[in-house]
Design a protein. Structure first.
Length: 323
């Protein structure tokens, strides 16, 4: 589902923007200013500093705008910080901006307009300007259409052959960043916030959102996603690979019989095989999936969350990861 037309809407609906801030003194001023410069004015901006050790908090506190609230806490991690902000939010629509990213000035207006005009849709993302540390555009990521995180040798036999939000989200996190999701309060109330993932909490959230209701991609670059040396995803490859396998083990079942394996054809088997890339860690996926299924049969609730919260249990599997 796509949207091109510039909308004209009233501003009776409030948007809550949450910025989780951590050690981004070089970028936080620009991030905040990109929210304050929005053409859609009915918003609140909640900034939660997660124990920054640089001047990030002072810079955030230097802004004088009644729509802005700054909260300081001891370091709790990105997903907890985001969830605290979402819990405090009072808006009809909710969104997140990482403290090193920026919004284009019409982002809130266009995203909310789409949701209002398409009430069956609960989450929108957009094309992305990929920017460097200095803010210079390096290219435009057009959802699932380009800049794939890994090669897809046989696209014509994979989910990529379809312009389908869900199928392409199953292939990879084309949304790319927590900053690239604006969603309804109804969705948040139904599926909850981010789960205890360091690298892939946005991908997991989007998959749960896609199970709940329709999601859409706006074909315009309405945010800047900054790539720099301190991006979280560059810090621990083994942990990242574990989370990719966990994502599939915890979420594939949501789409079985609706988007995958709707029938019993060999083409469906081939399509899935050509679409899922575990980067050599297939063993870890079936270990996790079997563990979750067995725990559910024993009557345990949410075993996928247990393995995230139990560090020793999770890291006992790291020795099986192929980097």
């Amino acid at each position: 589902m796509f949207f091109r037309r510039k909308p004209s809407i009233s501003e009776e609906f409030k948007i809550s923007v949450v910025i989780p801030l951590y050690n981004h003194e070089k970028f936080i001023k620009e991030a905040i200013q990109s929210v304050l410069n929005q053409t859609y004015k009915n918003f609140e901006l909640i900034i939660i500093d997660d124990g920054s050790r640089d001047n990030s908090l002072k810079i955030a506190q230097s802004f004088d705008d009644e729509r802005l609230k700054v909260i300081s806490q001891e370091n709790s991690g990105a997903h907890n910080t985001i969830n605290r902000g979402l819990d405090l939010a009072t808006g009809d629509f909710l969104t997140i901006l990482n403290s090193d990213d920026v919004y284009e000035k019409d982002r809130l207006k266009q995203c909310v307009a789409y949701l209002l005009q398409n009430p069956e849709t609960h989450l929108v993302s957009t094309y992305i300007n990929v920017i460097n540390e200095a803010g210079k555009t390096q290219g435009v990521k057009k959802g699932w259409k380009n800049m794939e995180p890994w090669a897809v040798p046989n696209k014509a036999q994979s989910f990529a052959k379809d312009d389908d939000f869900v199928k392409n989200l199953l292939m990879s996190n084309f949304i790319s960043t927590t900053s690239n999701m604006l969603f309804t309060r109804e969705l948040y109330n139904k599926i909850g916030g981010m789960r205890n993932l360091r690298f892939a909490h946005d991908w997991d959230f989007a998959l749960r959102a896609a199970e709940y209701g329709k999601c859409a991609l706006i074909e315009e670059a309405l945010m800047g996603y900054r790539i720099h040396g301190n991006n979280t995803i560059s810090t621990n490859r083994k942990h990242m690979l574990f989370e990719i396998c966990w994502i599939y083990a915890a979420n594939l079942h949501r789409f079985e019989s609706t988007h995958i394996f709707k029938g019993n054809s060999s083409l469906e088997l081939e399509e899935l095989a050509e679409s899922i890339n575990l980067q050599g860690n297939d063993k870890l996926l079936w270990i996790l999936r079997s563990y979750f299924v067995a725990a559910l049969k024993r009557g345990e609730e949410n075993p996928e969350l247990e393995i995230l919260d139990n560090t020793a249990l999770r890291e006992s599997l790291f020795k099986y990861i192929v980097e």
